[in-house]
Design a protein around this ligand. Structure first.
Ligand code: NI
Length: 170
């Protein structure tokens, strides 16, 4: 297993759309194990392949407190969403130190393949629902800050550029 480097917003590679995975083989199983290790190490509750510069449709999620409920979702898609919406304060390993409110459907129905190559469906709400939607956004090239107002996005980019300049001077 290996720890992978996580891309940081505003890296343009975070905006690439990921391709579907045709079949589960050793390469995909290794990728899942490495992504899980990277997520637990960060630590975070979710990681999309896009964030480690692999543009294939896989995400890993573990929202459990004991960190013993790993979910690997291959080609995940949302097949139904509730009309009702909820606001949740989100963060992202690709945007460290930034947390902000995002409104999304409260419940979603998800279809995905697992590491055995079986396709299944489940309902997700609460933190899991937020996490699944956030990670699928990554596969489509979208970072959570793109749900914020343009004013907030402009301010955030200015702040990140300033941090970069300070790092260069240091
Ligand atoms: Ni994220």
């Amino acid at each position: 297993m290996a720890l992978l480097q996580i891309l940081r917003y505003p890296d343009p590679r975070l905006h690439k759309k990921a391709k579907r995975i045709a079949r589960v083989d050793d390469r995909i199983r290794t990728l899942a194990a490495d992504m899980a290790e990277t997520m637990y190490d960060a630590p975070g509750v979710g990681l999309a392949a896009t964030q480690i510069d692999v543009h294939e449709r896989m995400v890993v999620i573990d929202i459990s407190e004991e960190k013993n409920e790993l979910r690997v979702l291959i080609n995940p898609e949302i097949i139904a969403s509730s009309d009702e919406a909820s606001v949740y304060e989100e963060g992202c390993l690709s945007v460290p130190g930034v947390y902000d409110d995002v409104e999304r459907p409260s419940r979603v129905r998800v279809r995905a393949m697992n590491l055995e190559g079986e396709i299944g469906e489940f309902e997700a709400e609460g933190l899991l629902g937020v996490c699944v939607q956030h990670e699928i956004d990554h596969l489509n090239g979208k970072v959570f800050v793109q749900h914020l107002s343009m004013l907030k996005q402009t301010r955030l980019k200015a702040k990140l550029r300033k941090q970069e300049r300070e790092l260069e001077r240091a």
